[in-house]
Design a protein around this ligand. Structure first.
Ligand code: ATR
Length: 275
């Protein structure tokens, strides 16, 4: 039997066992996927066990995505650029780290808004934390000309832009009004939208009518930002698909089947979310 895991601390809230468990059943694979609570001081011992071949691999979530980076024997170039590892694959006594969050972000938009990147040259990304990095790398991969990073702490946005490359720039949230008229895409990567929070003074009415608005927050599924976009008849894509699509490459690496993100899988996970 092929075994995989998700490690985090805490881990009880993770939807990954539901996602991978649904696929294991659907494809009739003799495998398991379990959630394991691993505290920070036990992380290196866990990776050593993985090297010894107990598992085919697994996912890594909060708070270990950065710490596990240096424990891997190999980290692929995209995970290096993002600066975090969320997927581990054990191969011939070596632990290889990758990051599938950027593929999750792209897979979600490709499925829910096909052609979203055609003729798209400018995007506004809200937030400059760990979650922003995978989104920024994804947008650069799709060849956008200019990606503006807007953050409450403007210095963090500027530092991240400088690190990411010449097509990025860093700004305060208040600069949305000057950047919005030429932006074809708005992505929220900050935690705003959770726990009843919402952006103050973000006028989506300044965006072109063709703009797409997406959020990586999926609790609630329709964040205040997405509700605002919908009320203005702008296209919008929620964040649940990113969670589902980031799971695809890991499942394929461990179990040898590329799984589909189906409406049934989405419905099963959606049922577990607070509305
Ligand atoms: P993650 O790894 O999930 O991205 P993080 O690194 O703590 O978490 O980043 C959270 C992001 O949400 C940051 O961009 C943060 O802005 P600051 O850099 O100014 O802290 C943003 N954020 C969180 N709460 C916010 C709030 N109430 N108003 C504006 N931005 C907020």
């Amino acid at each position: 039997m092929t075994k995989a895991f998700v490690i985090g601390h805490p881990i009880a809230h993770s939807r990954s066992p539901l996602i991978h468990g649904t696929w294991l059943k659907a494809y009739g694979i003799d495998g398991s996927y379990e959630a394991i609570d691993v505290a920070s001081d036990a992380l290196s011992e866990f990776v050593a066990q993985l090297r010894a071949g107990t598992f085919a691999g697994g996912n890594v979530t909060i708070p270990h995505k950065e710490a596990v980076f240096s424990l891997c024997d190999e980290v692929d170039p995209l995970a290096r650029r993002i600066g975090a590892v969320n997927t581990l694959v054990a191969r011939n006594g070596r632990v290889c780290g990758t990051n599938t969050d950027y593929l999750g972000f792209l897979g979600n938009l490709d499925q829910q808004a096909p052609g979203w990147d055609r003729d798209l040259s400018e995007a506004v990304v809200l937030g400059a934390g760990g979650a922003a990095r995978a989104v920024l790398v994804a947008l650069a991969e799709r060849g956008l000309k200019h990606i503006a990073i807007l953050n409450r702490t403007v210095d963090k946005a500027r530092d991240l832009a400088a690190e990411m490359g010449t097509q990025f720039s860093g700004h305060a949230l208040s600069e949305f009004s000057t950047l919005a008229p030429s932006a074809g895409l708005v992505v929220n990567t900050s935690s705003i939208g959770m726990h009843g929070s919402h952006f103050e003074d973000l006028d989506l009415g300044l965006l072109p009518q063709t703009a797409l608005v997406t959020d990586i927050v999926y609790t609630p599924l329709v964040t205040p930002l997405l509700a605002d976009a919908q009320a203005r008849n702008l296209r919008s894509v929620d964040g649940l698909g990113m969670l589902l699509h980031q799971a695809v490459p890991g499942f394929e690496a461990w179990f040898g089947v590329r799984p589909d993100v189906t409406p049934e899988l989405r419905a099963a996970v959606e049922k577990t979310l607070d509305h």
